[in-house]
Design a protein around this ligand. Sequence first.
Ligand SMILES: Cc1cc2nc3c(=O)[nH]c(=O)nc-3n(C[C@H](O)[C@H](O)[C@H](O)COP(=O)(O)OP(=O)(O)OC[C@H]3O[C@@H](n4cnc5c(N)ncnc54)[C@H](O)[C@@H]3O)c2cc1C
Length: 449
Amino acid sequence: MSARRVVVVGGGLAGVSAALTLADAGAEVTLLERRQRLGGLTWSFQRNGLSFDNGQHVFLRCCTAYLRFLDRIGARHAVHLQSRLDIPVLSPDGTRASITRGSLRAPLHLAPALARYRHLTVGERLRLAWPAFALSRLNPEDPWLDTVTFGSWLSRHGQSDVAIDRLWNLIALPTLNVQASEASLALAVKVFRTGLLDQADAGDVGWSNVPLTVLHGEYAGRALERSGVEIVLGARVQRVSEQADGGFEVVTDERSYSADAVVVTTPPEVAQRILPEGVLPPELGLGQSPIVNVHLVLDRPVTDLPLAAVVSSPIQFFFDRTASSGLRSGQCLSISLSAADDYIAQSSSQLVGTFFAALQALLPVARTARLIDGVVTRERAATFRATPGTAARRPRSRTSRPGLFLAGAWCDTGWPATMEGAVLSGESAAHAIAEDAARSTLQLERVAP
Ligand SMILES: Cc1cc2nc3c(=O)[nH]c(=O)nc-3n(C[C@H](O)[C@H](O)[C@H](O)COP(=O)(O)OP(=O)(O)OC[C@H]3O[C@@H](n4cnc5c(N)ncnc54)[C@H](O)[C@@H]3O)c2cc1C
């Protein structure tokens, strides 16, 4: 890339990935982040000497852009990736099953686990094969798929409400952040095909062993510095304006920056406000879906599972965060609640009470445990609402204005709002800038005598 000045607005995963990719391509990059930290929607805080994440984040082995990003920032050693997919699925009545993969080729690798899936009747288990094979033949880019809900499609493929609740929603909820009954079939196909059905090892689950602010903030910050990216924290961008010379002026509360190209990676409502008129439609209609996490600090260990999904309980998933929280004795469990519309407005004491009781109903040992602390984290706009119709509303990284690019998990990545989508979108904006720069250099060379 010829030396071009690029300003990246926003220091979440999309912004950091765009900035690093641009710096690697030889651009002179300034990254402006409103907060005093990097990492965007992935962050941590301290309370009583312990570290809590704003919400449990997991990824899958198929999240290759995210894994590449971890390599690029030197943080791969700080995450754990299962060598073989294994999600224990518990119920308060003591029934236990697991979603795990066997040695058969995809998509048959899941068949033995589903045949033994004791949360469904034998008849319900047999009926899983039809939608599983049908899903693996659907193309997520087929526009028709974004006109119907995953739930209605599952019902048409022989799935009872119980099967949807006790199996399909276990995957749909944490990945799409809406119930199957509300989710776009297109996004569900993307998740189920890429994440589970197309390749046997795609769904192995990974998570951070360190607080998210360390993983995506500190490691990313050091990588950006090593690459020569100028990082300006506490820089709230008010507007991006086009200049007569074809460049841009990016104005913060403090000063302005001039740039040949700009990548805006903020949430959509901020992008709409700061971008020149007409770049985005006034109503994007992507909606928002909340995630709530209830973190319970207990005086003793109550489970030896690193994670589990739960059926017939208000608990959806729990994760053992003892080591990453810094707790020396006892156990810290984070209960992650996706599509948390019913919980977002409830008080912390109510949520802690409900979920400690649910944990005690689930795990007999928890009945003898004392609750040392209960912390609730709420993210109202955790993701866009992955409902039918969203595919056409998600913008591409290249806008109608040359030099002006968008990135963010809400952009058109094919993925629901995930870390993988965020990183992909940042890379894609950076590659588009590099392509434009290469083209203009070529044109200059052609006109040169
Ligand atoms: C609780 C929770 C749990 C989740 N769980 C998972 C999970 O398990 N797996 C998964 O893959 N994904 C998960 N996600 C989604 C994932 O975190 C996001 O999709 C991803 O982090 C979004 O990154 P981004 O860079 O697109 O956006 P953001 O992280 O929103 O980054 C945008 C950045 O822009 C900055 N900004 C805003 N306005 C301005 C301004 N005016 N000037 C300058 N900067 C500005 C913001 O401060 C922010 O840093 C979860 C999200 C939440 C909230």
